[in-house]
Design a protein around this ligand. Structure first.
Ligand code: WTA
Length: 631
């Protein structure tokens, strides 16, 4: 590829060109893809007007770029490698030819269920090949996929189905996950009982576990009953560059989860460009990203990015610690994994089991180690580098978000110098700035501030589904004319960036984004709860843990804690369960009724001094009472 960066000189040239002449820069890259019609303009619209468009006027289908384009040269190359939850179950592979055929058949199967271009399809599945296949099948016929992580509850699923009015739900009978099975179909049935889910007309059920499930006449269809009859000939739908490709829900600092919308052409170019340059995967490599397709990392760096580049992508159904803490290393050895892309939380969890487990496996195939999802602490960075990478594999600490579509700041493997905890340098086309407390740009050079991006890049989100006002408010109002990330950041004397974490009320628990307001709402629904306040605290493995302060009319009754956990599991899912619940007689509120979270964060961190100005508190004595009961 003409645009593949191979040295720091290439990087500098590309970066400068992307700054001086972004239209030519991105047009040259875009030309290397398959289009049905070329664009009229490369970039149009602006951040100021929240009307950014890339490659407007162009027509394409992303799956032709992921699949058809490779058939001639790489038809027999493995596109997808599937490692099951049970290590004794044989791994499955799909060559590009086989994946193409399977996607086409699946696309026809979905079409036969009445799904047309523009319809929304919800995928609530475990990490089986059919999930990735369903994603691509939707894209093939122009349906908008909305994947919901299999750890969310029926209520959370229903809320997402209702918000974007999905017509079809694709699920599994159940999913294997470590020692557990997740009853996905039963949870789906519960979700579909809610009035808001009426928009669902059909449910397509893929059998994975062999669980006994009930099938509703006229609504539910087994995948295996209709798959064989579907034709393997599926002409790709013609999509406009800015047609929606997918919606993915993520948490913000307030309110319900937001349906982050990504459109077709810009996302495609960004996914392909960033995958190729950040990971530097070569033709015979086997790349493995351990994320779940329920999150953005699984969209861009398990599905679209690798396939757009004709790489072999690995999908793992299970968890790092099943059947034991050696599972990741066993998989690396078994499949000669060259690129491993995982989260700091997994690294820390495995680190706790000692290096002997890692050293007992042959990890010679490893070339590049990636990290994503949360700040990586120095200890974990060093362990990853020394124990896993034997100091031979560059550590690619990549920073990005659901909203950014793909990686924005990251070392390019083997090219950029690395530094523990630093995401290092922005990719070409990305112009980060740090904002000071007055809302001005911190002059270039060493500094610290809130991270914003100054100009549009192709992969940026185009909106929040059904709520453009909220979109403007959330990302473009704090610093008019800039995209505000919600992250704090430091820049060192080499202009390397270090992301320090969220500066808003979003927590990052084991790499999962959790909105404090959502958890507070869930707890508040318990009838004996008067009010709850959620803050994060440092957690050795999870990065951040969830600390809940709860006012209840059953103060002193410890049994309410289990009920609170159950409420969170019911309304959101087990991933949002608080690690600590403290029952309190009151919360530190200002006279105007605002909770002083700063004080609650300090107490949760066991810092009992320097609370700052507490003179505006309605009842300052409450602080001492909370301190006394700290967990
Ligand atoms: C955090 C995940 C530090 C950050 C791709 C961001 C990181 C949020 C890094 C987005 C990193 C992600 N270093 N922090 N390398 N990568 N984050 O939307 O706070 O699930 O805003 O996207 O994760 O989480 P999301």
């Amino acid at each position: 590829m003409s645009w593949k960066i191979q040295s720091m000189e290439d990087y500098a040239v590309a970066y400068q060109k992307s700054k001086k002449n972004p239209n030519d820069f991105w047009a040259d890259i875009a030309k290397t893809f398959t289009w049905k019609r070329e664009w009229d303009s490369v970039l149009s619209g602006s951040i100021e007007n929240t009307d950014v468009k890339w490659f407007d006027g162009a027509e394409l289908n992303i799956t032709e770029n992921c699949l058809d384009r490779h058939l001639k040269e790489r038809g027999d190359k493995v596109a997808l490698l599937f490692e099951a939850n049970d290590p004794n179950e044989a791994a499955r592979t799909y060559t590009y030819k086989e994946l193409h055929e399977t996607v086409c058949k699946t696309a026809n199967m979905i079409k036969d269920l009445g799904i047309k271009k523009g319809d929304r399809v919800c995928l609530y599945m475990s990490m089986v090949p059919e999930l990735l296949i369903s994603v691509l099948a939707c894209a093939r016929i122009g349906a908008v996929h909305s994947v919901v992580f299999g750890g969310f509850s029926a209520e959370a699923l229903a809320g997402r189905i209702e918000d974007c009015e999905c017509k079809l739900l694709i699920t599994n009978d159940a999913g294997f996950r470590g020692a557990k099975t997740i009853p996905l179909k039963n949870i789906s049935d519960e979700a579909l009982e809610k009035p808001g889910s009426k928009c669902i007309e059909k449910v397509l059920v893929h059998k994975r576990v062999g669980e006994n499930v009930s099938m509703k006449e006229g609504r539910d269809i087994w995948w295996h009953d209709v798959y064989d009859a579907a034709s393997s000939d599926c002409v790709a739908e013609v999509m406009q560059a800015e047609d929606p490709l997918f919606i993915l829900y993520t948490s913000g600092s307030t309110g319900k989860p937001k349906g982050i919308l990504h459109s077709t052409a810009g996302y495609m170019v960004w996914a392909a460009y960033t995958f190729a340059n950040v990971f530097q995967v070569e033709e015979n490599d086997t790349y493995w990203c351990t994320a779940d397709i329920g999150w953005i990392t699984g969209h861009t760096y398990i599905t679209y990015g690798p396939l757009l580049n004709g790489a072999t992508t690995t999908m793992f159904e299970g968890v790092p610690t099943y059947p034991d803490a050696g599972r990741f290393w066993e998989i690396v050895e078994k499949h000669s994994i060259s690129h491993l892309y995982t989260a700091p939380t997994a690294i820390r969890a495995l680190m706790a089991h000692g290096k002997e487990i890692v050293e007992s496996k042959n990890l010679k195939s490893l070339k590049v180690l990636g990290s994503v999802g949360e700040p990586i602490n120095e200890e974990a960075w060093n362990w990853y580098n020394e124990v896993v990478g034997k100091k031979n594999c560059p550590i690619v600490d990549s920073w990005w978000q659901t909203e950014t579509g793909g990686i924005l700041i990251s070392p390019l493997a083997g090219i950029t110098e690395t530094k523990p905890c630093y995401a290092t340098l922005p990719l070409p086309g990305v112009f980060p700035v740090l904002m000071d407390t007055e809302g001005n740009e911190v002059p270039f050079g060493k500094g610290e501030g809130n991270l914003c991006i100054k100009t549009p890049w192709p992969g940026m989100t185009r909106g929040i589904w059904g709520d453009m006002d909220r979109f403007k408010q959330t990302y473009f109002s704090a610093y008019p004319g800039y995209y505000f990330t919600g992250d704090g950041c430091k820049r060192d004397e080499d202009s390397f960036y270090r992301i320090t974490g969220r500066v808003d009320d979003v927590l990052n628990v084991s790499g999962h984004r959790i909105g404090t307001a959502e958890v507070e709402d869930a707890i508040g629904q318990h009838r004996d709860v008067i009010e709850a306040a959620i803050v994060g605290f440092d957690h050795d493995i999870k990065g951040q843990g969830i600390y809940a302060y709860v006012i209840t009319n059953r103060l002193g009754d410890e049994s309410i804690k289990a009920e609170i956990l159950a409420a969170v599991t019911k309304h959101i899912g087990a991933i949002a369960k608080p690690d600590k619940i403290q029952l309190v007689p009151g919360l530190p509120k200002t006279r105007s009724g605002k909770i002083m979270r700063r004080i609650l964060r300090k107490i949760a961190a066991h810092e009992f001094s320097n609370f700052g100005d507490t003179s505006t508190l309605l009842d300052p004595s409450i602080v001492d009472k909370i301190k006394e009961g700290v967990l």
